[in-house]
Design a protein around this ligand. Structure first.
Ligand code: HEC
Ligand code: HEC
Length: 497
């Protein structure tokens, strides 16, 4: 720490010296920007090696060809984990869609065409609860790089690491009690829940009224073809489980249950570490890795508003670009909502973090999302309200003004917007109150020229791992039927665009 400080002061002195020297040439100026960035990188403790976060946490990133990851891949793509066989994890988290679904809000069970992903995916009009729009109330986040989260998963952090080392989940017996079945990692704990959500995967017809434990038991028995699940699928998963758990003689009853399924789903997602981007190359010491524009954008991103920056790094901090904390941003509230009544009797509201903690001051707080590969995961925000990255950024600079002119036609057709104005006003008011109370870290009064906004966006693009643009690179993370294993319920994704 001391060494870092000394180094950064030395660099700062060089930077100041360069400025005072009044050098005017373009080359000199770019050297100045480089030095200023180096100083910030040191000051902020950035390494350009996000994998360090996992290593420091005592975990490892699994390889794509690990048998546990291979099993997880097939499970992730199998509609056999959907109660009524109409959705899989990949339906909303497809590698070719940046690990998400390219929709404002997701359509889970009973899609008109279950294998159609992205724009055009709509629910059957005969589905239970059909209201003409998407049936899931929050935007689907990417599964890429979730191995880097140390504190919590979900927009509201309802799967969360406890200080005692355990993990809190919606199954926990109380707000301070770890879930004994959560498994070893946040990803394993999280993987226990999508299958229990009626709208995402469970459906309204499967195990109606059962406990989550019974439901998971049924799914394990289905995949293992024993007990209550016998005969539901023709596929033989046992060899994959035997390989994954290095147990060549293990039986289905021994090896196949929801705990092992969750471990495999977690390992597959944890292998999706994609951060070979230009920014990280620059941060590890390669000056030519960024364009001049990206460097200007980086300065805006990393600098405090008091020094002419946009202050993004106060929340999107570290090599993973998130503090994993919860903040009120007052993004427009659209969609079905989470059922939080906002005094006017509207169930379409979403109180975010307050749903987990019960604290009124946590209303409308959401976890800071990572910005790695953010360019590839439109639409943006917890409700997918913004179609463009530029508008998502503009919202930060002027939330009140942006909400006043929000154009809901950018949301996918059918998205529920009945209570948009009322619900968004309530969130905006919460932000205004938090600011008045000095309880918001969102900088106020930062205004960027259009050239500066373009610089900032260019920087965000430097966080894209270019390999993700190449379907051949992603092929190892996509399940296919083959000679070794064939799944009758494989999601064979098609994309309209
Ligand atoms: C119908 C769409 C849908 C399906 C199917 C689905 N998810 Fe998700 N997933 C979401 C949404 C929406 C969220 C955010 C929910 C929230 O935060 O309240 C999410 C959140 C997550 C997260 C947390 C990411 C983060 O940044 O915190 C992970 C991990 C994840 N899902 C994995 C899975 C796995 C594993 C499966 C299958 C067992 C699955 N999902 C099935 C839509 C879906
Ligand atoms: C006060 C903390 C904070 C600051 C400062 C901040 N952000 Fe955010 N950012 C968030 C939170 C929280 C969200 C999610 C809000 C939501 O969904 O309701 C978010 C969302 C985003 C998104 C959308 C990501 C996605 O996957 O949907 C982008 C892009 C983004 N921020 C960029 C920036 C930039 C650029 C800056 C600097 C101008 C910045 N942020 C400053 C907390 C912050």
């Amino acid at each position: 720490m001391r060494l870092l400080f000394t180094l950064s002061s030395a660099l700062l002195a060089v930077v100041l010296g360069a400025c005072l020297g009044g050098s005017s040439g373009a080359k000199d100026h770019s050297q100045e920007v480089d030095l200023q960035l180096r100083a910030l990188i040191l000051q902020l403790g950035l390494t350009g090696r996000p994998e360090q976060i996992v290593e420091d946490d005592g975990r490892t990133i699994p390889e794509a060809d690990d048998p546990l990851v291979m099993l997880g891949k097939h499970l992730f793509f199998s509609k056999s984990l959907g109660g009524d066989f109409t959705s899989s994890c990949a339906s909303c988290h497809h590698p070719l869609l940046g690990g998400a679904d390219a929709l404002t809000l997701p359509v889970g069970v009973e899609a008109m065409d279950p294998d159609l992903l992205g724009p055009g995916r709509v629910q059957l009009s005969t589905a239970i609860g059909y209201d003409g729009g998407p049936n899931v109330p929050r935007n689907s986040p990417t599964t890429f790089n979730i191995v880097l989260y140390k504190q919590s998963l979900f927009w509201d952090g309802r799967v969360q690491r406890h200080t005692d080392g355990g993990i809190f989940t919606p199954d926990s017996a109380g707000p301070t009690v770890s879930d004994p079945n959560a498994g070893p990692t946040l990803a394993a704990a999280q993987a226990r829940f999508p299958v229990t959500s009626e709208d995402e995967m469970k459906s309204h017809s499967f195990e109606t009224g059962s406990t989550r434990a019974v439901l998971r038991g049924h799914l394990g028995a289905r995949i293992g073809r024993y007990g209550m699940g016998a005969g539901e699928i023709p596929d033989d998963w046992l060899p994959l489980f035997r390989a994954a758990f290095a147990s060549p003689l293990g039986t289905s009853q021994e090896l196949i249950h929801y705990d092992t399924i969750a471990l495999a789903l977690a390992a597959y997602q944890e292998s999706q570490f994609f951060a070979a981007n230009a920014w990280n190359r620059f941060a590890t010491g390669i000056p030519g890795a960024l364009t001049a524009q990206q460097k200007r954008g980086a300065l805006l991103f990393l600098r405090d508003p008091a020094y002419g920056g946009a202050g993004c790094v106060s929340c999107h901090s570290g090599d993973f670009f998130t503090d994993e904390e919860f903040h009120i941003l007052a993004f427009p509230q659209i969609g079905r909502g989470k059922g939080d009544l906002n005094g006017q009797g509207s169930p379409t509201q979403d109180w975010g973090r307050a749903r987990v903690t019960g604290a009124p001051t946590d209303r409308f707080k959401f976890r800071t999302p990572t910005l790695l590969n953010v360019e590839l995961t439109a639409p943006y925000g917890h409700s997918g309200a913004y179609d463009s990255l530029a508008d998502a950024v503009r919202h930060h600079l002027d939330p009140v003004g942006m909400n006043a002119i929000y154009n809901w036609t950018q949301a996918d057709p059918g998205t529920q917007v009945f209570d948009l104005i009322l619900n968004t006003q309530e969130a905006t008011q919460a932000l205004i109150s938090a600011r008045a109370a000095g309880a918001s870290r969102l900088p106020q009064g930062v205004s960027l020229t259009s050239a500066e906004l373009a610089d900032l966006l260019a920087f965000l693009q430097a966080l894209t791992d270019p390999r993700l643009r190449d379907p051949a690179f992603l092929e190892p993370w996509i399940a296919r039927n083959g000679a070794e294993f064939s799944d009758s319920q494989l999601l064979d994704a098609r994309f309209s665009q």
